[in-house]
Design a protein around this ligand. Structure first.
Ligand code: NI
Length: 245
């Protein structure tokens, strides 16, 4: 049985639309292919598919020769994954600690080589800071950084565009307890637990003793509230799905 003319006409239009859509998608790919995006992420998906509220613990500025191993012991004991935004220079100084981070199932992110404010650097220097760090991470851990966090959250449209696509996404945070001001363990715990919401990305630093010591309480109290800990890549990519009958 041959198909009717009108049906073929509809198919023709549909095929033409498909071609146009594909051409548009191609054009968008070309436009965004080499340059970076001009934005940054500050939070992720709120819930996983079981309905558990998610949070991502992140630690910046390490790896520290003694504090980061202590933190890794705590995270292992609590069976909690975290994301470490490491400084390339620190990775080259404590490569075995960087290796431990990856071996123990945590995620590594790029936090530049020398921790400068990227807004004060040329595009070329920004690239160098990130490329050297990515190389060191890969050399010492065999793993590639999933995302980039600019030091101090120092970001503007030019910097965001200068960050090559391979180092995206650029990830900031939702909750900043200002632990680097050393307000005391209890204050750090209160601020993080008080401000955490589903989808939050929590900022801490594994180069300060107080911050590391606050971690067991932060994990315990957030778990009591029902939160589930995931890495940055997980909180950004977790799909909220529904069961179909
Ligand atoms: Ni930092």
């Amino acid at each position: 049985m041959s198909r009717s003319k009108s049906l073929r006409a509809v198919e023709g239009i549909l095929n033409l639309s498909k071609v146009i859509l594909q051409a548009l998608a191609g054009l968008i790919l070309i436009l965004t292919g080499t340059a970076g995006y001009s934005g940054a992420v500050t939070s992720g998906n709120e819930f996983d598919q079981d309905g558990s509220p998610l949070v991502a613990l992140t630690f910046d500025d390490g790896p520290h020769a003694t504090l980061t191993p202590r933190l890794l012991d705590i995270l292992a004991k609590e069976d909690t994954p975290a994301t470490f935004y490491v400084v390339g220079k620190m990775v080259s100084e404590s490569p075995e600690v960087a290796q431990r981070i990856v071996d123990e199932g945590h995620e590594i992110g790029n936090h530049s080589w020398t921790h400068p404010d990227l807004r004060k650097l040329s595009d070329e220097k920004i690239n160098k800071e990130l490329a050297n760090t990515a190389k060191a991470i890969e050399k010492h851990t065999g793993s590639q950084p999933y995302s980039t966090r600019p030091p101090y959250g120092g970001l503007n449209a030019r910097v965001a565009k200068a960050i090559p696509r391979e180092y995206q996404p650029v990830v900031l945070w939702t909750v900043d307890p200002k632990d680097w001001q050393k307000p005391g363990i209890q204050k750090i715990v209160e601020r993080v637990v008080g401000e955490a919401k589903p989808g939050s990305i929590l900022l801490l630093h594994d180069i300060h003793e107080e911050s590391v010591e606050a971690v067991p309480k932060i994990i315990g109290e957030l778990r009591n509230k029902g939160f589930k800990f995931v890495t940055v890549s997980q909180i950004l990519t977790t799909k909220h799905t529904v069961d179909l009958e």
